[in-house]
Design a protein around this ligand. Sequence first.
Ligand code: FAD
Length: 497
Amino acid sequence: KGRAIIVGAGIAGLATAIRLAVQGWQVQVFEINSYPGGKLSWFEQDGYAFDAGPSLFTQPQYIEDLFALANEPIQDYFQYVQSDVACRYFFANGKQVTAWADHSKFAAEMETQLGEPAANVHAYLQRSATTYNKIGKLFVEKSLRHWRQFSWKEVATAIKHSSKSLLMSSLNAYNEQAFTTKEAVQMFNRYATYNGSNPYKAPGMLSLIPHLELNVGTFYPKGGMISITNALHRLAEKKGVQFHFNSKVDRIIESAGKAEGVVVNGRNIMADLIVSNADVYFTYKHLLRNELAAKKVLKQERSSSALIFYWGIKTSFPQLGLHNIFFSDNYAEEFRHLFQTKSFYPDPTVYINITTKMESGQAPEGKENWFVMINAPANVGQPWSEWIPEARQRIISKLSAQLQCDVEALIETEAVLDPVTIEQRTASYMGSLYGTSSNSRMAAFLRHANDSAQIQGLYFVGGSVHPGGGIPLCMQSAAITVNLIQKQYKLKHVAHH
Ligand code: FAD
């Protein structure tokens, strides 16, 4: 075939590299950092192992697909198990719910713990499956141009099959229709945060996300989330992909409307096609020096960011599981702070991920590795150095009250990641976790496409472009992009003859 260059070794860059190499392209990946994975990275501190970024693994099928495509036995690279509990929820009023993977058990738990009729839970999950299968699935598997140019009919048909409230109401309004208790509404509103959005603004369509978590399931990769990065990196190398770490791409070389190569360390490296896995805003601003196009990207609101404390905890908490949520007392106010005043709400929703619940070796015996995260506003230059210690104190007070112990005294080691360091380490504009938010009805259709309309041979993959952020969608962006490349090169080949 030809030579392909990928800018960035995030998971979408890795998946694209594998797919192109399998098709016979000579692939080179350039990455600023000394390691692959971008946001999906890892570190060890004082005997504790921490996944730095993502902690929830859904839709393992997309990882399986890459190994099948490459004709490599996945079990030699990557193993995972299905969890029997999706999440443990702790409400400000003291109520607790375990979200069992088993529907009957989960619905019964909602009824006994919250007084939410089990039938409402069953009905919701059924509608969620229909919405995903009729609309969501089509959307994430096809290119945006496909939707824009050819398929409005398909969209219209798909939407006809579902209730108007999926598009016309917010997720919160949709959930208020579906449930009788405020706790159930809060639980199902939280799914908007899976792509960094605001449930009071994002459309009811996001009610398809629980289908993926509660119908299809949640999974745990053996060795932690970093095993996903490691498996894809190894598979890419096996397929002949060349990696260049500590190698920042400074510019994409463009001539007469065609991408011709990249500049790395003052050297021009030429190729037949370029795929940028870097944030699309930075790709336009720095790599293409196109301020206008960069500005256009910003017309869409960025997703939220996060503040994370990685704590080595010197005891263990039997009441906690792999994923735990301690809800804020006022969710609407929390989101108003995050997206409108761009600040922290004083009683934030706290998420704790503890991988020692799944396997030993991630912390010293009898101790736990806590990944403690609250949603943070996008970085617009807030006084973080004042806000972060304040937020830390509030998290500690909240957890200490709920867990009835002095959490501060149990912290043996600590590291912090905040919107500024997320931006610095993964070149994600404003520290956004998921590129753009879905805080408008049409947001899904307004993300940047996977190919460039102006520059031939230039493509985009990853969380800041179609179909969106999160591991599964990043995997899909690689699949859609490589399909586009395949089609466009086939056409070119035919035209040449
Ligand atoms: P990134 O991971 O952003 O990688 C881009 C890469 O490009 C980086 O390595 C960067 O260094 C490199 N790069 C950028 N510019 C250049 C350049 N000029 N030259 C060379 N290299 C360059 N998703 C889930 O599915 N589940 C979760 O639980 C979850 N939780 C999250 C929690 C946190 C704290 C964060 C930060 C994210 C979370 N996500 C989660 C989202 C998920 O991590 C991302 O959507 C996904 O990892 C993004 O992958 P990517 O390939 O788009 O890019």
